[in-house]
Design a protein around this ligand. Structure first.
Ligand SMILES: Nc1ncnc2c1ncn2[C@@H]1O[C@H](COP(=O)(O)OP(=O)(O)OP(=O)(O)O)[C@@H](O)[C@H]1O
Ligand SMILES: [Mg+2]
Length: 147
């Protein structure tokens, strides 16, 4: 367990997940952007949880990464805009580009980003990345061509 400025870090990585084929630096910047937002949303401390998981039955196409904070949350009115370029509630502290760039990167990987948030409770970002099977073929495309 790690303590950074009153923030508790909880990491929960499922051991057996299929590989994903990603541009490592780009996907790393997605995680950094989303974790930075999470930390900035908890100026008085809180918990940052990172989880990875894979569920063959429920969602065989994707390896799932969840980044959850117990911060201020995002008002419902703002939710449709958070992935827009230059949308920021941080004044001069934020360019409003972190989520815009992250969205583009995940989309280029044929993945998905979802967000759930409640004001005063916290926010969870879910990043889904295409899972590959033992032959290095994405599960999604494997279904299409009968592999
Ligand atoms: N975890 C979070 N908790 C609360 N609000 C969030 C969270 N993540 C994003 N937001 C909201 O979404 C807005 C856009 O986020 P984004 O990362 O794109 O820009 P930014 O953090 O303001 O600036 P930049 O990332 O360019 O430094 C934020 O200004 C904030 O209002
Ligand atoms: Mg940001």
């Amino acid at each position: 367990m790690l303590h950074v400025s009153g923030i508790r870090l909880e990491v929960n990585l499922q051991e057996h997940v299929p590989p994903v084929f990603v541009d490592e630096n780009k996907i790393q910047s997605v995680f950094v952007n989303i974790m930075t937002n999470a930390i900035q949303a908890m100026p008085d401390g809180g918990t940052l949880s990172i989880r990875t998981s894979y569920n063959q039955q429920r969602s065989p196409e994707y390896v799932i990464v969840e980044i959850e904070d117990t911060g201020k949350g995002i008002p419902k009115d703002f939710l449709p805009n958070i992935f827009d370029p230059f949308f920021s509630t941080k004044g001069t502290e934020g360019a409003g580009l972190g989520l815009f760039i992250s969205y583009g990167i995940v989309k280029n990987h044929k993945g998905q980003i979802e967000v759930k948030s409640e004001v005063g409770v916290g926010t969870t970002f879910t990043i889904k990345l295409p899972a590959r099977n033992h032959r290095g073929i994405n599960y999604e495309s494997a279904k299409d061509n009968g592999n």
